[in-house]
Design a protein around this ligand. Structure first.
Ligand code: FAD
Length: 384
């Protein structure tokens, strides 16, 4: 059971100072109205201006080397900053993917030119990325990816499409997983590569997929003979699967996997305190214990990532447990407080409730479905 071990992380006084700083900033921006809190803000709360403000204050690219525009802070300091922003429902989606996974990916596999060009812009909150994995016939079975790039002089010509691409309509670039050699049915994970696609390039078309709420956060992206210069290949040609998998621990273990409905949980507690009904408050207590446990697990993974360990198995576990938790917040709140959910409601409770209910189904799909994650955990444990 070694892969299921997680370190217990104590938060130092220095870390507590970081928390006070970010809390004070959030408080001020809430007062000014710059932050309009919402649930699921890391995927649906878009404000390029707010991202730039965070960049100016050194809260994007926090752990990256200073020579690439980073701030050489610890993963735990970064953790505290992002959990405060998520808990407040702040609009962080513009830079979220670039900060969470594109930066670490480029630091690990990118060329010197890519690091010098992209990382400082990301850290300033001025350059946004989308994830180009899923296709109409490749979701859980990602090895079925059929977008294809063919070698030409000076680069590659990409054809195909991606779907469910969060924020592609706001992003500048997309890290695109595609085939650079024909699929070998015996070795399906080989022959794939990651390309940095400029979403403003000729031949790229982005079409919205509207949510049931009428909101637009994800898209279909089509590539029609898009030219990708050689310097936009990430890592090695043919190594795309392994590189992509290395991103997943970053994608699956963070606090966004259990805090998407935290603003609702806070509103719920406020409403119950106002009622003064201790029996109802007691019904929420188990949720708070679970939240605390998830947080300790997730912060333990942040610590492992800092030490260069890639904890795929525990990251899958945190995502599975965390997304179930954040879905359940809406269910518990609905049972304890009478409400009329509406995303346009002036009541915070009703608005957060509507956002939670409508976004919840996606929590256990995005970033790998529950079934797939449980398969990873089971295979990992049995394989030991
Ligand atoms: C809100 C949201 C945002 C997203 N953003 C992005 C993004 O930015 N970029 C991107 O590339 N993708 C994105 N996705 C897509 C997401 O990664 C896929 O939806 C997910 O991987 C599942 O793929 P699928 O939708 O094709 O479902 P399928 O793979 O068709 O799965 C359908 C069902 O079958 C089950 N299933 C499939 N295979 C197995 C198996 N082997 N064993 C057991 N059960 C199985 C699944 O668990 C699921 O319940 C997003 C999705 C959502 C909901």
């Amino acid at each position: 059971m070694k892969s299921l071990q997680l370190p217990v992380v104590e938060l130092s006084e220095e870390i507590r100072k970081v928390r006070r700083e970010i809390r004070e900033f959030i408080f001020q921006e809430l007062e000014k109205g710059t932050i309009q809190p919402r649930c699921d803000s890391w995927l649906s709360g878009y404000s390029a201006e707010f991202s730039r403000m965070l960049g100016e204050r050194g809260w994007i690219g926090m752990t990256w080397p200073k020579r690439y525009g980073g701030h050489e802070r610890s993963s735990i300091e970064r953790y505290v900053v992002i959990e405060e922003l998520l808990a407040a429902g702040a609009p962080v989606s513009a830079h979220w993917i670039a900060d969470r996974q594109t930066g670490p990916l480029l630091l690990k596999f990118g060329t010197e030119h890519q690091k010098e060009f992209f990382l400082p812009q990301i850290a300033k909150g001025e350059c946004f990325f989308a994830i180009g994995l899923s296709e109409p016939n490749a979701g859980s079975d990602l090895a079925a990816v059929s977008s294809r790039a063919v070698k030409v002089e000076g680069g590659w010509v990409l054809n195909g499409s991606k779907t469910w691409t969060s924020g592609a309509h706001h992003a500048h670039y997309m890290i695109t997983l595609c085939r650079t050699s024909p699929m070998n049915p015996e070795k399906r994970h080989e022959g794939m590569s990651q390309l940095l696609v400029d979403l403003a390039a000729p031949g790229v078309t982005i079409r919205p997929i509207e949510l049931m709420t009428g909101e637009h956060h994800f898209n279909e992206v089509f590539f029609d003979n898009v030219f990708i210069p050689d310097e936009m290949v990430v890592g090695q040609i043919g190594n795309g699967w392994k590189q992509g998998m290395a991103e997943l621990a970053y994608e699956r273990s963070g606090p966004e996997r259990f805090l998407s409905t935290f603003p609702l949980l806070e509103e719920l507690l406020r409403a119950l305190r106002e009622k003064g009904d201790k029996r109802l408050i007691a019904q929420v207590s188990p949720m708070l214990s679970r939240l605390w446990t998830l947080r300790q697990m997730s912060i333990g993974i942040a610590n492992m990532l800092e030490q260069g360990v890639t904890p795929d198995l525990v990251a899958a576990l945190v995502k599975d447990m965390g997304t179930k938790f954040e879905q359940q917040v809406a269910e518990v709140a609905r049972l304890l407080v009478a409400c009329s959910p509406s995303i346009t409601s002036s009541s915070q409770f009703d608005k957060f409730m509507a956002e939670s209910i409508l976004h919840s189904p996606g929590f256990t799909l995005r970033g790998g479905t529950t079934e797939i994650l449980r398969g990873i955990v089971a295979k990992g444990v049995i394989g030991q």
